[in-house]
Design a protein around this ligand. Structure first.
Ligand code: SF4
Length: 607
């Protein structure tokens, strides 16, 4: 099949049984690749009610038809599983070079099933595929182990691995790669840890078949040319995602002290130019990327080198914890990466604990003697380690803020910032109704990258509750995740503003199939409905309550900053949901209606 590696690799960790089968043509036609393959396999192969950490849960790692080809940003890889954090659908995208090697090894998806009796790593070297003993690596940080594996096999081998957080089954453990890229959200690294799989080492030397080589080269060149000529290229490359920090601070979207405000009085110390000046030593990009957003940094003060921090980590481990020292944020970033835990969920968990401490719900006997006030840098470093190692207060925080706040009670549920159990990424959504709705209805929990609607709020009026806003959120949810299906990066379109229609001839030249963006959005909508069905299947009683945001966004007006005193009313939250369900063709309780399922050709998934 043109554009594909050609096979699905299945690895049973329990029996050691490993085999490949051809990638089904119908699967590629209907679900295209990446996140589409993951959603299909998750629904079909993980039985209803499976324990996310048990042998029945599986981890699906998928490339897309763009992956590994000379298309800007074609290095994205999807990790899908049943989430140990939320109990629902998890899909995390990872950049770097891993997915290109998958394609060069002739693989479109790796399906990991069962549980190994001892720590192992998976070696894939073209046709040599075997599980090897990983006892020597278990317990070690990701940076050291990736280095060791690269020294053992060679620089051209790509490694995806977990740290102690994944081994210790912290439900928001991530998978690391390329010394700083992560599949971060929803606990995909936890599932790898439950399977006792420390790492995957991969290398391939095959070529990828392409339908029309000449047209592929022409379309690829047009895409690169558009990136090169983009006005925003130099600023984007200079600052990466930190380009947005100052804007968020100014408009009240920068999470501050556990999202109690959206502007930070010391925020200037965290802005992109300050970081560039103080700690950045070089730029770093994914496979085939003409606009590298990765920033490699050095903190002299803490003696650390790290890829990052990018905006999300600055928001959650900087302003959200009342920390304005960019070197401290970089060091916290390194600790989380090395220990293999998601910096977004980790920053939220520590922020929630700091607010518990501030309000007197926690005292020093609850915090292992730490003075856990906002701004305490050393206590933050300690807590990151305690969470990953499940020590002291870290045991509670490692449960995620939904479960932790339920245990602690005393009103702490009201400032546990999550949707469906996933901690919110770094946009404060006080009085920003489109972005609030985007978080409420995101398919994995409170994550921003499906529908980044915060700029739209600012354009049209942040407190408006109108059908047009809802339609915008839905359009973004159907369209943006298609980059994760195709195996490419959305940021060339989002940030450089290149014409998305330039991808159409590229995809056609590669696969031999003509698909417009309208066609692709229909696939995106189908996947969105399928993953909603998965949530309902796995969570008896799943209804609109699951889509509610943290009470902080409709009960507590920000104490300071650009949104001081502003709030979204609870009746507006409900109106947003009503409009959303209606436009999606869902019931009033947020479930795809029988007519919608028929329209989406999804009825086969119900039997
Ligand atoms: Fe990777 Fe950033 Fe380039 Fe996207 S823009 S491909 S995330 S380096």
């Amino acid at each position: 099949m043109n554009g594909y590696g050609g096979s699905i690799l299945r690895v049973d960790l329990a029996t050691g049984n490993i085999y490949k089968k051809p990638t089904p043509v119908k699967l590629a036609q209907d679900f295209i690749g990446g996140r589409g393959f993951g959603a299909y396999y998750l629904f079909k192969e993980v039985p209803q009610g499976a324990d996310p950490l048990g042998p029945e849960n599986k981890l699906f790692i998928s490339s897309g038809p763009l992956s590994g080809l000379m298309i800007p940003g074609a290095g994205k890889c999807d990790f899908t599983t049943k989430s140990p954090l939320t109990g629902g659908y998890a899909s995390a995208s990872m950049g770097g070079h891993f997915t290109a090697e998958m394609k060069y090894a002739g693989i479109d998806s790796i399906i990991l099933e069962g549980i190994s009796s001892k720590p192992v790593y998976l070696l894939i070297d073209n046709e040599t595929i075997e599980l090897r003993d990983a006892s020597n690596y278990w317990g070690k940080g990701t940076i050291a182990v990736e280095k060791e594996l690269k020294e053992k096999f060679g620089e051209e081998y790509q490694v995806a691995l977990i740290g102690p957080g994944g081994e210790n089954l912290v439900p928001y453990a991530c998978i690391n790669h390329d010394f700083g890229r992560q599949a971060g959200r929803g606990g995909v690294g936890t599932v790898m840890g439950a399977k006792k799989l420390k790492a995957i080492v991969i290398h391939g030397t095959r070529s990828i078949p392409v339908a029309d080589v000449k047209a592929y080269r022409t379309a690829g060149r047009a895409l690169y040319k558009a990136c090169k000529e983009a006005d925003f290229l130099s600023e984007w490359t200079r600052y990466g995602t930190t380009v947005v920090t100052s804007w968020c601070d100014e408009v009240g979207a920068l999470p501050t002290r556990n999202f109690s405000a959206g502007s930070y009085e010391d925020g200037k110390n965290l802005y992109g130019p300050v970081m560039r000046e103080k700690i950045v030593i070089t730029d770093k990009g994914c496979f085939g990327c003409p606009s590298p957003c990765g920033k490699y940094s050095r903190s002299k003060k803490y003696g650390s080198y790290v890829e990052g921090p990018e905006y999300e980590t600055i928001g959650l481990m900087g302003s959200n914890l009342g920390i304005s020292d960019i070197e401290a944020v970089a060091h916290a970033n390194l600790l989380a990466d090395d220990l293999g835990i998601d910096s977004i969920s980790t920053g939220n968990a520590i922020g929630w604990a700091m607010e518990c401490y501030e309000k007197g719900i926690f005292n020093k006997s609850d915090t292992d003697g730490l003075d856990l006030k906002f701004g305490n840098i050393e206590a933050t470093f300690e807590m990151i380690s305690k969470i990953a190692r499940k020590e002291g207060l870290g045991v509670l925080l490692a449960e995620g803020v939904k479960k932790a706040s339920k245990k602690v009670g005393k009103g702490s549920e009201k400032f546990a910032i999550h949707v469906k159990g996933m901690e919110q990424s770094a946009y404060a959504t006080h009085n920003a109704t489109a972005m609030l709705l985007a978080y409420m209805t995101c398919d994995v929990g409170a994550h921003h990258n499906r529908s980044w609607a915060i700029t739209y709020d600012l354009q049209v009026g942040r407190d408006l509750v109108v059908p047009e806003k809802v339609a915008r959120v839905i359009w973004l949810q159907n369209f943006r995740p298609m980059f994760d299906v195709l195996g490419g990066c959305r940021l060339q379109w989002v940030e450089l503003g290149i014409d998305r229609d330039l991808y159409v001839p590229a995809l056609e030249a590669i696969t031999g199939i003509h698909r417009t963006w309208d066609d692709l959005e229909k696939v995106g909508e189908r996947i969105w409905n399928l993953t909603r069905l998965f949530w309902a299947r796995e969570n008896p009683g799943f209804d609109r309550q699951w889509d509610l945001p943290a009470p902080r966004f409709y009960e507590d007006a920000p104490r300071s900053g650009a949104t001081k005193g502003q709030i979204t009313k609870f009746e507006d939250v409900n109106t947003l949901l009503d409009m959303y369900y209606e436009q999606r063709g869902w019931t009033n309780n947020g479930l795809p209606s029988p007519e919608k399922l028929k329209l989406m050709n999804l009825t086969e998934f119900l039997v």
